[in-house]
Design a protein. Structure first.
Length: 122
């Protein structure tokens, strides 16, 4: 399963990538929403993990742009205290959310849920 990780923090991208690669997932990384849109259209990931607040294009706008063309489950990442942005993201099409710092077990459970759905549909 291909996962696109989009976060403006290289530290977060590396942490998520390293963790998910250990479970056999293929990772594509984007540093902002604009790049996430480009890479989604090019690589068609199975799941997107997207930060909400980023430069160039925020995660909600990027998610909406991607969903105009592709139906890809999107998990938004947010910091504690960004409840308003989380609610907005869910109202505008996000499938799940995870609060940073992320709980590895919760992240894996959410990703595995979409991996199972993908396997059933393939």
């Amino acid at each position: 399963m291909k996962i696109l990780i989009c976060d403006d923090s290289m530290y977060i991208r590396n942490k998520l990538s390293s963790f998910l690669k250990d479970y056999g997932f293929t990772i594509i990384e984007a540093e902002n929403g604009k790049r996430a849109v480009e890479l989604s259209l090019k690589h068609t990931p199975d799941v997107i993990i997207m930060d909400i607040i980023m430069p160039e294009m925020d995660g909600i706008t990027a998610m909406q742009e991607i969903k105009k063309t592709l139906s890809i489950p999107t998990i938004v990442l947010s910091n504690i205290g960004q409840q308003t942005q989380i609610i907005e993201a869910l109202q505008k099409g996000a499938d799940e959310y995870i609060v940073k710092p992320f709980d590895p077990g919760k992240l894996l459970a959410v990703v595995e849920k979409y991996n199972l759905k993908k396997q059933i549909n393939d």
